[in-house]
Design a protein around this ligand. Sequence first.
Ligand code: F6P
Length: 323
Amino acid sequence: MMIKRIGLLTSGGDSPGMNAAIRSVVRYGLHYNLEVIGIYRGYAGLINEDLKSLDHRSVAGIINRGGTILETLRCDEFLTEEGQRKAVEVLKRNKIDALIVIGGDGTYRGAIELWERWHIPCVGVPATIDNDINGTDFTIGADTAINTAIEAVDKIRDTSLSMSRIFMVEVMGRESGFIASQVALACGAEEVLVPEITYDLGDMYHDVAKGCLKDKDRWIIIVAEGEDAKAKEIVKKIAEMTGSETREVVLGHIQRGGSPTAQDRLLATRFGAAAVDLILNNEFGKAVAVKGNQVLAVDLHLAVDKKDGQMVKSSYQLMRHLT
Ligand code: F6P
């Protein structure tokens, strides 16, 4: 199949490095004589025909910028058959032969629908701060989010030490403890609560109480967002048990913004070019991924399977040996 014109969109939660991936797709695509059509605000923009041809200059000066110049949305209409039909009509009317989608598992599920149900050639690029896409060691944005959270937790540690307080810091990661586990390890936190690990809260209370008896009254406990309901209860109980002052901090969306780190810029740049290569080689229904230092392609179905959480678990175990 001869591909001449490709569509490009970002969808779901934005992540730092999406712009670097957009730049790479556009410039690498142009190098191979593809026309690249930017689709604004994800699948919603596709349905509403919000399109613009992207040239070399339109992606100048964005490699270092957080967010996405194409903007992004979570689109309920695209989940319906009618929404998908409209999207396919737009692609056909605009002679878009193939689509590159940049985002997380929801974005990939949309691409699977387009490819398998409507026969629109699609390729995925993994971008989400949660790093919860299967088949790839890293997604674009996770490294920047971790660095942002580390900077914040280091600052919280300063005040915790000065005022002898126990802090519980909630980081992002809806159903993934990746950010939490990496931040805990990198900040030397005393405890971390993540969805991938079943723990006995009684043990944790015991550890904190024992520490406090030995004058260790400054703790940093990192909690993944998904474990939030437990956090409030835990902080209250610790205060009651130890008599220590406790505080909760929710880092929130600051973790999604900011200039991407070197690692995210490089990953995004390599991923963008690899996605165009897949299109040029007529390899559809796949997503680019990285294993070790090698960029490769995985089936979109495999990519949306639940990740095994091995890195979270091993980081947790290591942390337990260091506290
Ligand atoms: O993109 C992933 C993520 O940042 C999750 O970590 C978080 O749970 C969610 O998005 C927040 O979504 P929203 O910005 O729609 O509140």
